[in-house]
Design a binder for this molecule. Structure first.
Ligand SMILES: Cc1ncc(C[n+]2csc(CCOP(=O)(O)OP(=O)(O)O)c2C)c(N)n1
Ligand code: SF4
Length: 285
């Protein structure tokens, strides 16, 4: 089992001082330690953006993919080796902009993976353009008169896509975030953990102060995470009160449960019958 120290790397860290990504990474490490996982039992898949550096700073198996392709790659890794704990890390731009085509399909397909969204409500790496989660009216480099498109709501989008585990964390509530990550990683099926991660360089609205004044915990508010209607209602809250915690949690068969070929040993350890492959190829030649 890995320790917090062993989960770190000697890579130089390029995140801005104070960035919410530090807390997020720390929370993920603590959850991995709590679960008693070894480094070689975990695979991290990252997209392009500041969040993408996570594969440089987290000492587990890593796959840094092109922009927006975290979910198909993470799904494929899980299908190839079901013994791996697979965690996708994506920015809000990566997940809900260029990668949006993959999101509802991963949710409804239900592979046993966790998607962590570093949601800073802006494009961080490319220096502060609007992202799909930027709120209406928010002034950014690409919206000098305020964002004029309605923002995507990751929580209600996940609910509408039949995701089995839908949660929101905040890096300013560290113990809560670790509990949430642990629960997501234990969940059997597709788990979304949308994490409020302040970008101190480019988002001057959704700051630590902004969230500290507003976040409240669903677990302490009488919310029933098996109630889909209540989950939708809570998902719409974004004003003086912003909920964090598990909005919805219901298990159902995962992608893979219905494939006989995936039964037994992980695919990576199954012997390839080259005779059958040759026959198949000759049929298509
Ligand atoms: C196919 C492609 N299109 C556009 C880009 C440029 N690009 C790099 S990162 C990024 C968005 C970064 O925002 P986000 O995904 O929210 O991640 P953050 O940097 O905030 O962590 C974009 C548009 C790219 N690298 N590849
Ligand atoms: S630009 Fe924003 S998201 Fe990127 S490292 Fe700096 S503070 Fe973090």
């Amino acid at each position: 089992m890995a320790s917090i120290r062993e989960l770190g790397t000697d890579q130089k860290n390029y995140w801005c001082p104070g960035c919410g990504n530090f807390g997020l990474l720390n929370g993920v490490k603590r959850a991995i330690v709590r679960l008693g996982l070894r480094r070689d039992q975990v695979t991290a898949v990252t997209g392009i953006g500041c969040h993408g550096k996570t594969t440089n700073y987290l000492a587990v198996n890593g796959f840094h993919v092109i922009h927006g392709r975290v979910l198909p790659v993470a799904t494929a890794i899980k299908l190839a080796n079901k013994e791996q704990t697979v965690i996708g890390f994506a920015g809000d731009g990566d997940a809900f902009g260029i990668g949006m085509g993959h999101f509802p399909h991963a949710a409804r397909r239900n592979p046993n993976i966790t998607l962590v969204v570093h949601n800073n409500l802006i494009y961080g790496l490319t220096t502060g353009q609007t992202s799909p989660t930027t709120k209406l009216g928010h002034v950014t480099k690409t919206s000098p008169r305020g964002a004029f498109e309605e923002a995507i709501n990751p929580i209600s989008t996940a609910l509408a896509s039949n995701a089995g585990f839908v949660a929101r964390g905040y890096v300013g509530e560290m113990d809560h975030l670790v509990d949430l990550m642990e629960e997501a990683l234990r969940f059997r099926g597709f788990a979304l953990v949308d994490i409020l991660q302040p970008c101190v360089a480019w988002n001057r609205i959704n700051t630590y102060d902004f969230y500290n004044k507003r976040v409240y915990k669903l677990g302490e508010s009488g919310h029933d995470p098996t109630d889909l209607t209540a989950a939708y209602e809570r998902a719409e809250e974004w004003s003086e009160r912003i909920p964090i915690g598990v909005f919805y949690k219901v298990e159902r068969p995962t992608y893979g449960d219905n494939f006989p070929v995936l039964a037994g040993e992980p695919m990576v350890r199954k012997k390839l019958d080259s005779g059958k492959v040759a026959k198949l190829i000759s049929e298509f030649a």
